[in-house]
Design a protein around this ligand. Sequence first.
Ligand code: B1M
Length: 233
Amino acid sequence: MADDEIILSEMSDDELVQQMHDDLYDGLKEEIEEGTNILLERGWTPYDVLTKALVEGMRIVGEDFRDGILFVPEVLMSANAMKAGMFILRPLLIATGAPKLGKMVIGTVKGDIHDIGKNLVGMMMEGAGFDVIDLGINNPVEKYIEAIEREQPDILGMSALLTTTMPYMKVVIDTMTEKGIRDDFIVLVGGAPLNEEFGKAVGADAYCRDAAVAVETAKELIKRRHNRLAAGG
Ligand code: B1M
């Protein structure tokens, strides 16, 4: 069948998800929007559409980028297609009516322009009941400090996708320590090249493998903090 004869709405769920991985790979924004809407109409949860169709598709893109099969312009198109799907899912993911749990300031660190994962964490946190202040990408330490002093969030979240930018998280945390405000905030870090050990080494409260873990970790650490404050400690 020629490409222009593909009718997404006539595909089974499995075929459609497979097709969406291919469309994401090819950076086809409109097809990703259509596929996202079809899966939602078929009763898929926004979270399943996000993880099984979009995030999984981007994982495949990442592998071929790493192996030199895809290049920056192509990956940029994939990222734009992914963002178009996320744009449809965002209001559904954040409109859960969850009670307010706290506030988070989040941003990608200086030198780094990757924002899909950070956006996804922000969306999931909002859905779980957190107010999220998104600082965007390429944030120098001053921007983080200014935002946490202004917003007084419960949590500071930092994202980095490059091995060259992830050490910058330590610059931010060290600056917080120098200013005597480190312990006023829960600091969570995440991004593909990080791990638990790195999180500990830079002085974060926790490393979060993905957006779902970020939500669970945030809830748990906020609960502990409230208990500690209630106990007068
Ligand atoms: Co870039 N890139 N990229 N890229 N890119 C990676 C990261 C890379 C691993 C690809 C590869 O080689 N396999 C590689 C880094 C290698 C390394 O550092 N060792 C790489 C490179 C090299 C580069 C450039 C240097 C390429 C170049 O110019 N030659 C350049 C850097 C630009 C810069 O930042 N200064 C670059 C550019 C780009 C694009 C612009 C083309 C595009 C970004 C578009 C955008 O974000 N708006 C892009 C993309 C899309 C990728 C890959 C393919 C996909 C990233 C992504 O969106 N994943 C990526 C490959 C990969 O990661 N395997 C790659 C989907 C997203 C849902 O996952 O971001 O991991 P992720 O987020 C997850 C978790 O990590 C976690 O939760 C999220 C959701 O579950 N998480 C957090 C993330 N942040 C968190 C924060 C938290 C908690 C959890 O706070 C509490």
